[in-house]
Design a protein around this ligand. Sequence first.
Ligand SMILES: [Zn+2]
Length: 162
Amino acid sequence: MSLRHLNIDAYNPGEFHHLLDINTTNDPTRETTRLAIKLKLVTGTYILQNKRFRYTENETPICKLCDQGDETLCHFLLDCQILEPIRQKYFHQIDEILHLISKDNLRTLSSHDKIQIILDCTLHYTGLKGNSENIVKLDAICRQMSYALHIARYRSLDIKRK
Ligand SMILES: [Zn+2]
């Protein structure tokens, strides 16, 4: 398990880590499901093809959605063309928040920085508090996007299996 994408310094004893704070949303049950996927991605326990192939016979690391390269975390979150329509919907919303907190936008950031912002933005914007309004919004959008990518990936794999 890797915690390199998680900002452990953002944790204050007696408080929730900002990634776990879903009290601000109006549908906590749904947010809990989304959060479970997000935490797997953050902790490196979400199984993509680049891990699955190591433990399964007759498997390759190649992405089964597009057949265009290894299915790494970067491929899943940023590059897989099959998932691009989902990403476009959320990247626009992420850019609106980034504009409020920095001069960044997703087009000019490196893949490494984009992944870090999607997984735990406070490790990228270290000056910002996890409970600030923009971080709460950004967390919510990134949680929704991660879940939407997860669902789209599963639906697509399911269709290919049939
Ligand atoms: Zn792909």
